[in-house]
Design a protein around this ligand. Structure first.
Ligand SMILES: NC(=O)c1ccc[n+]([C@@H]2O[C@H](COP(=O)([O-])OP(=O)(O)OC[C@H]3O[C@@H](n4cnc5c(N)ncnc54)[C@H](OP(=O)(O)O)[C@@H]3O)[C@@H](O)[C@H]2O)c1
Length: 239
């Protein structure tokens, strides 16, 4: 029985990754920050299917010390999915140190230091790290420079750690295109959504299940490391 830690694993794409890994035989550690109720409900559902197969773990990942404390509580791990992320516009003339720190720590610092701290445990199990990147790691999304930079860093981190942690740990990535519309401060207008949909060769958004299936594929692919798979309905063909 493998154990997987999914950061931001209680909601949206993270919750689907959690459910899919669980359905395919993993025990899951569901990390959350604010979504306590969603995490507890999901863990309860999974434990009712298989006893003692899901636990929850709260942590603010923009804080370096918390990352270390979280890692110290885990002594058995096969799969680390770095999914938690923040996404909102930061036009260059409005960007400030707070937005830089919030986005870069959550999207880049946390995956790096979680990987570092959990590497000894993962290596004992010939484990893997799967980073949820973004197609905008390669082709920038206008007005989202800090987010784009954070994900470009995560793409490089995937490759550089794949080299450094081999042969004991594989490191791969999944780059979603448009999967679930952003919420709250990053919400799009109908026109913006239609403009985006028109750029997707397959003509529609993907689903969280599409991302979860690719995470599962990579987790079960012992001869793949350092690769990042785009799951974007052909959107990058038109960018
Ligand atoms: N949605 C898309 O179409 C899309 C497209 C391209 C790439 N992606 C990538 O796919 C992944 C999942 O996307 P999503 O839209 O499902 O993500 P999301 O809803 O924006 O965020 C996922 C989770 O990240 C956690 N999180 C945020 N900041 C945190 C912090 N400082 N410390 C700890 N946890 C924090 C939140 O947990 P709590 O709720 O518990 O606070 C949140 O539920 C992300 O890496 C995203 O960049 C998504």
């Amino acid at each position: 029985m493998k154990t997987a830690l999914i950061t931001g694993g209680a909601q949206r794409i993270g919750a689907q990754i959690t459910q899919t890994l669980h359905e395919n035989g993993c025990n899951v550690i569901i990390h959350y920050r604010h979504s306590e109720q969603a995490a507890l409900t999901l863990a309860q559902q999974l434990n009712s299917k298989r006893a003692n197969s899901a636990t929850t773990l709260q942590a603010e990942l923009s804080d370096f010390d918390t990352i270390k404390i979280l890692s110290d509580t885990i002594d058995n791990l096969d799969i680390l999915v770095n999914n938690a992320s923040v996404f909102y516009p930061t036009p260059v003339d409005e960007a400030n140190q707070d937005s830089w720190n919030q986005i870069m720590t959550t999207n880049l610092m946390a995956p790096f230091f979680l990987s570092q701290s959990l590497a000894p445990t993962l290596s004992k199990k010939s484990g893997c790290i799967i980073n949820i990147v973004d197609i905008h790691a390669q082709r920038p999304l206008k007005n989202h420079s800090i987010y784009n930079i954070s994900k470009a860093g995560l793409a490089m981190m995937t490759k550089t750690l794949a080299k450094e942690l081999a042969p004991d740990i594989r490191v791969c990535g999944v780059s979603p295109g448009s999967i679930l519309w952003p919420e709250n401060e990053a919400e799009l207008t109908v026109e913006q959504k239609n403009k985006m949909l028109n750029k997707i060769a397959l003509g529609k958004q993907g689903s969280a299940q599409d991302i979860a299936n690719t995470v599962l594929f990579l987790a079960n692919s012992p001869y793949i490391t350092g690769q990042i798979i785009s799951v974007d309905g052909g959107r990058t063909l038109n960018q």
